[in-house]
Design a protein. Structure first.
Length: 95
């Protein structure tokens, strides 16, 4: 299952600081519909993501009714992304 979408990059300082992009409602709903088939536990959804020329494997999780995609620092730096940027993402569900 593949998706293309855009979203604003935001920061969560949490116990492990990270940047995220929240998936749009329609993409989150489509992923939620198949989540039981693809999760590897605790609701984590394995994905391959691409922003610009940078591609990486990660896992998404649900937050406030939608899924959030973690943006690794190496990705953010390679693509010159800063907090608040509207970022276009290509996403593939892995299983």
């Amino acid at each position: 299952m593949d998706f293309d979408f855009s979203g604003e990059m935001w920061y969560w300082r949490g116990p492990a600081p990270f940047h995220f992009i929240t998936l749009p409602d329609d993409v989150s709903a489509a992923i939620k519909a198949i989540s039981a088939l693809v999760t590897y536990g605790w609701g984590m959804i394995p994905v391959r993501a691409r922003i610009g020329a940078t591609e990486w494997d990660t896992a998404m999780f649900a937050k406030n009714g939608r899924y959030v995609l973690p943006i690794k620092d190496v990705v953010r730096l390679a693509e010159g992304l800063v907090l608040g940027d509207d970022v276009t993402v290509e996403l593939s569900i892995r299983h």
